[in-house]
Ligand binder design. Structure first.
Ligand code: G3I
Length: 447
C-alpha cells in the first residue's frame, strides 16, 4: 500500500513524463494499442482530438422490460428533494422495483439485506433488498466477441458505454450527431434487460477540437445546451441515468492530493463554475425523472480532492441544483488513489447525508508496478464492494470492463503496465472467474 507522499511523488513523476491513453483492445483478447495523443493528467483525462464518427449498423430491435426480479434500485422515485422511500429492513426476497432507501432521501433503510444465494453477480444484486445494480463498462469492440457478450450479460444488469457516448463519438462536428455505435450498445443492453447510464454529457476529455477551442460564453453555453438536449432527446425513451458532468475538479496529483481546484476546461474557462449548475439544469429540463450524477476519480476516500468536490456538491444541493447523486469512480492503484473499505464507507456517508445517492461507477484495481499487492487487491475488492452493499443509498457498482486483457489501464503510461495486463478486473482473458470475482460475490452476499 502506498503512503500519500510516495503516491504524490510517483504520480507527479509519471505525469511529468506524460500520461497516455490506452486503446480498446478492439476485437482481441490482448492489450489494446491505442496511441497517446497528447498530454493528460488523469485516469481518463486527455483533451481529445476528434475521432471519426462511426456509423453503426447491427442491432436495431430492442426489447425492453425488466425480467422478474431485475429491479432497478433507483427507479422508485426521482430527485434529491422528494420521496420518502420504503425502507428495507428485513427479508431477502426478489428484487422487485427497488422501492425504498435509494431515492435520494431514503426512508429508514438501515442496511441492505443480501440474497440467501446467487449464481451470478447480477442475481446477487437483483435479489438483495433493496436491489443493487451491477454494472460494467461495455465497448463496441467487446460486443464483437461472443464470450465477452455472454459474460457481460450474465453477470451484469447495468451498462456504461466505455467510449461510445462521449462527445467526440456523438457530435464529431458541430451540430452533426452520430448515433450508431452508441445505439448498438444501448440496444444490446436492452435486449439483455440491462439498464444503461449515459456517460458522459459534459467532460473536457474526448471532446472534439471544434468544441475544446471554442471561445465566448454565449457560444459555449449554446453548444453545451445543444449537446445535452440532442443527446438526452435521442435516448430519452431508453435511458434515465446520466453522468451529467465528469471530472470537473483536479489536483496536482492524480491521486487527489495537492491544490484542489476547478479544472480549466473550455466550459469553466468560458462560462465559469456555474457551467456545472447549468448543465444539470438543462439535463433536468430534458428529463424531469432522470437520475443526474456528478462523476469523478480519486474521490473515493478523504483527500484534498474529495473535500473540494464535497463542498462543490453541497453548494449545488443548497442552491437546489437538480443533482441526484455522486459517482465514485473507484479506479484503485496507479495512476489514481487507493482507498480501504472503511474509508470508502465513511466518505460515502458524508454524501448520503446530503440526501444524495452514491455509486461506485468505474471500479478496477490495478496490479501493475506492484503498487497494489495481490492480497491487497482481494481485500480492496471485497471491502469496497461491501461498503457500497451495506449502504442502501449506494445504488450501483460498475466495473470498468469485463476481462483484464481489454482494460484501459494496460496501455496507459501512468498505470505502469507498459502493455502488460493490469490484472485489474474480475475475469481473465479466457473469461474465467478470478479470485477477485469470488471476493466481490462474497461482499454481495453479505459474507
Ligand atoms: O477510437 C480511436 C481510434 O480511432 C484510434 O485509432 C485509436 C488510436 O489512438 O484511438 C481510439 O480512441 C481511443 C479510445 O479509448 C477508444 O479505444 C483513445 O485513443 C483512448 O484515449 C481512449 O481511452 C479511453 C479513455 O477513457 C479516454 O479518456 C478508455 O478507453 C476509457 O476506458 C477511459 O474511460 C475513462 C472514463 O470515461 C472516465 N473516467 C476515467 C476512465 C479511465 O480513463
Amino acid at each position: 500500500m502506498r503512503s500519500a507522499p510516495f503516491t504524490l511523488l510517483l504520480s507527479a513523476f509519471l505525469c511529468a513524463a506524460g500520461c497516455s491513453d490506452s486503446g480498446d483492445g478492439d476485437g482481441g483478447e490482448t492489450t489494446g494499442t491505442g496511441g497517446a495523443t497528447g498530454g493528460t493528467t488523469s485516469g481518463g483525462t486527455t483533451s481529445g482530438t476528434p475521432s471519426g464518427a462511426t456509423t453503426g449498423s447491427g442491432e436495431t430491435s430492442a426489447s425492453s422490460g425488466a425480467t422478474t426480479g431485475s429491479g432497478d434500485p433507483t427507479s422508485a422515485s426521482n430527485g434529491a428533494t422528494s420521496g420518502s422511500g420504503g425502507g428495507a429492513t428485513t427479508g431477502s426476497g426478489a428484487g422487485g422495483d427497488g422501492a425504498g432507501g435509494s431515492d435520494g432521501t431514503g426512508g429508514g433503510a438501515s442496511a441492505r439485506v443480501p440474497a440467501a444465494s446467487a449464481s451470478t453477480l447480477r442475481e446477487a444484486g437483483e435479489k438483495a433488498n433493496p436491489p443493487l445494480l451491477i454494472g460494467a463498462a461495455i465497448s463496441g469492440g467487446g460486443l464483437g466477441n461472443n464470450d465477452y457478450k455472454r459474460v457481460a450479460a450474465a453477470e451484469h444488469n447495468y451498462v456504461t458505454a466505455e467510449n461510445e457516448m462521449k462527445w467526440d463519438a456523438l457530435e464529431p462536428s458541430a451540430g452533426n450527431f452520430s448515433w450508431g455505435s452508441a445505439d448498438n450498445i444501448v440496444n444490446w443492453a436492452r435486449q439483455n434487460n440491462m439498464k444503461v447510464k449515459g456517460h458522459t454529457l459534459v467532460w473536457h476529455s474526448q471532446l472534439p477540437g471544434w468544441m475544446s477551442s471554442m471561445t465566448g460564453k454565449a457560444n459555449v453555453e449554446a453548444a453545451m445546451r445543444r449537446h445535452i438536449t440532442q443527446v438526452m432527446g435521442h435516448f430519452k425513451d431508453r435511458l434515465d441515468h446520466w453522468d451529467v458532468v465528469n471530472e470537473a475538479v483536479q489536483t496536482d496529483s492524480d491521486t487527489g492530493v495537492g491544490n484542489p481546484r476547478m479544472r480549466p476546461t473550455v466550459f469553466y474557462n468560458q462560462i465559469g463554475e456555474s457551467y456545472i449548475d447549468l448543465a444539470f439544469q438543462i439535463a433536468r429540463e430534458q428529463d424531469p425523472k432522470a437520475k443526474l450524477y456528478y462523476n469523478d476519480y480519486s474521490i473515493d476516500a478523504r483527500n484534498d480532492k474529495v473535500e473540494f468536490v464535497y463542498n462543490m456538491v453541497k453548494g449545488m444541493v443548497d442552491r437546489g441544483v437538480p443533482i441526484d447523486g455522486v459517482g465514485f469512480q473507484m479506479h484503485i492503484g496507479p495512476p489514481n488513489n487507493e482507498a480501504g473499505g472503511a474509508d470508502v464507507a465513511a466518505n460515502m456517508k458524508r454524501f448520503t447525508d446530503l440526501g444524495l445517492e452514491v455509486l461506485i461507477s468505474e471500479m478496477d484495481i490495478n496490479r501493475c508496478g506492484g503498487v497494489v499487492t495481490a492480497e491487497e487487491q482481494l481485500t480492496y475488492y471485497h471491502d469496497i464492494v461491501a461498503a457500497c452493499f451495506k449502504e442502501p443509498k449506494c445504488t450501483a457498482v460498475t466495473f470498468w470492463g469485463i476481462n483484464d486483457g481489454r482494460s484501459w489501464l494496460n496501455g496507459w503510461s501512468g498505470a505502469l503496465c507498459n502493455g502488460q495486463s493490469s490484472q485489474s478486473l474480475l475475469f481473465n482473458d479466457q473469461y474465467g472467474k478470478k479470485e477477485t470475482y469470488n471476493r466481490v460475490m462474497n461482499a454481495l452476499l453479505g459474507k
